[in-house]
Design a protein around this ligand. Structure first.
Ligand SMILES: Cc1ncc(COP(=O)(O)O)c(C=O)c1O
Length: 463
């Protein structure tokens, strides 16, 4: 898809609400055309991350579950006690996955949010409120490894919490413990570790961070948004993945996205707390409003019960052995792809990755490799400091023929990069996809990219 607006000229652009509605079959035909074309992009298995399951039968099953409850507002629990069942059981299953049974110093609980950013926002809010209530902290700060997700920066920005960035060890890509410790003061509410981080697929030293958190009397949030629903199964399969869950003393909360390796529909994530008191401190309620007493357990107001139903359906349908089976295929594929990268001395894998790996080159700009691979239909995620590209292996890559294509295309890409080493590559570091040309970090340019996602395209002359 080369343009952001490929449908101009093919379909009408709705700049006003149509006076007369269109027949359902016509509307559905238009939607189907776009969906099928867009799905074809990742169905090849050449797209990093984002499509975690990739199985249209599974999606159809989830869509059916969603459809039964899509129109229901999960806020009105008297009308939908099923939502209470779904939400409670999703949280209970996630607590089980992260070994809440090992907790002897708290009462583990959880909540469901709209996604990874939603879980991180709720975690930051909960720590802020809890620290205010319990310790009188009025100038809160949190400490994140430089590699932790920007959702923490966003959450801290939104909630007036100072975020301090701890450096990482470039050799391992794991956070430097001494750097974290040096940043802690009496206003620190929590520190953060990733299991695993988005950039490199590496896991921070959670046990050591837990010890530090206990020593300083502060929280430790483990960001398992990406890895939460796959790393535990990697551990069960014998992969060398350190403990990062509630078995680790000092871990006070974990975010884990059901809408990633939980293979649910987009729009849900779990946030789990070692101790009920932290979760409960972020509740908002208004008891004296003329419209009635208002309360909702998280930041959202109305929510579709369909997403709760579909998430629940995914978890109970797959079960532990379903997740383990998918994890096995993904880890094996990731290993084979990493071997392909290691077979080229010009390439260097960063740190000790898991199902997601990132590589760079000390001989040429790695974006030359990316430029070439794009031509062969690959879509990686781009990184900077140093320039690197990463592949988050998901189920579409486990299809037969994909690793072979990766091996062949990578070999050709390395040869291409060597030939073009002195030139400037086309692509650059952009989260969620390596688009060409976005090397300019000027605020106005970035704002125009965001506006482009929201605004209807301008009329193109002649269309
Ligand atoms: C480690 C990590 N944390 C948080 C997030 C944010 O999740 P979301 O995009 O669902 O808000 C991501 C997204 O990829 C992630 O990889």
């Amino acid at each position: 898809m080369s343009s952001d607006y490929p449908y101009v000229g093919r379909f009408d652009v709705n700049r006003v609400l149509p006076e007369t509605g269109r027949p359902r079959d016509e509307v559905l035909a238009e939607l189907t055309t776009m969906a099928k074309e867009e799905d074809a992009f990742w169905e090849t298995g050449k797209c990093s991350g984002t499509m975690y399951c990739g199985d249209h039968d599974h999606y159809a099953f989830l869509t059916e579950a969603f459809g039964l409850y899509a129109h229901v507002n999960a806020l009105q629990r008297d009308m939908c006690p099923s939502s209470t069942r779904f939400e409670g059981e999703i949280i209970a299953m996630a607590l089980d996955l992260f070994h809440a049974e090992a907790v002897t110093d708290g009462e583990p609980v959880g909540m469901l949010t709209s996604g990874g950013t939603g879980s991180i926002c709720h975690a930051v809010l909960a720590y802020r409120e809890h620290a205010l209530q319990q310790r009188g902290v009025t100038r809160p700060n949190m400490i994140k490894p430089e590699t932790a997700h920007p959702a923490f920066d966003k959450a801290c920005h939104l909630f007036g919490v100072e975020l301090r960035h701890a450096s990482i060890d470039p050799a391992t890509t794991m956070v430097d413990l001494a750097a974290v410790e040096a940043l802690i003061d009496d206003q620190t509410i929590a520190i953060i570790g990733s299991a695993c981080n988005y950039g490199y697929g590496t896991v921070d030293p959670i046990a050591e961070l837990g010890r530090l958190a206990i020593e300083k009397g502060i929280g430790l949030h483990v960001d398992g948004c990406l890895g939460g629903f796959i790393l535990p199964f990697g551990q069960e399969l014998g992969y060398d993945i350190p403990l990062f869950d509630f078995r680790v003393p000092g871990v006070t909360s974990i975010s884990a996205d059901t809408h990633k390796y939980g293979y649910a529909l987009k729009g849900t994530s779990t946030l789990l707390f070692r101790n009920k008191a932290i979760r409960n401190s972020q509740y908002f309620f208004l008891t004296d409003w003329s419209g009635g007493k208002y309360t909702s357990p998280g930041m959202d107001g109305s929510r579709s019960a369909g997403l709760l139903a579909a998430t629940w359906a995914s978890m109970v349908h797959l079960g532990r052995d379903g997740y383990r089976g998918y994890a096995k295929a993904i880890f094996e594929t990731a290993e084979r792809m990493q071997q392909a990268v290691r077979s080229h001395p010009e390439l260097r894998i960063l740190g000790k990755p898991t199902f997601l790996f990132s590589f760079t080159s000390d001989e040429f700009d790695i974006y030359h490799v990316n430029d070439f691979m794009r031509g062969r239909g690959w879509r990686f995620n781009g990184q900077q400091y140093p320039n690197a590209i990463h592949m988050a292996v998901t189920r579409p890559q486990t299809q037969s023929g994909v690793t072979q294509a990766f091996e062949t295309d990578l070999a050709d890409a390395v040869a291409f990069a060597q030939q073009h080493a002195g030139e400037t590559p086309m692509s650059g570091a952009i989260y969620g996809g390596v688009a060409g040309g976005m090397t300019d970090e000027a605020d106005e340019f970035i704002k125009s990219v965001m506006a482009g996602m929201l605004d209807t395209q301008q009329a193109v002359p002649g269309t």
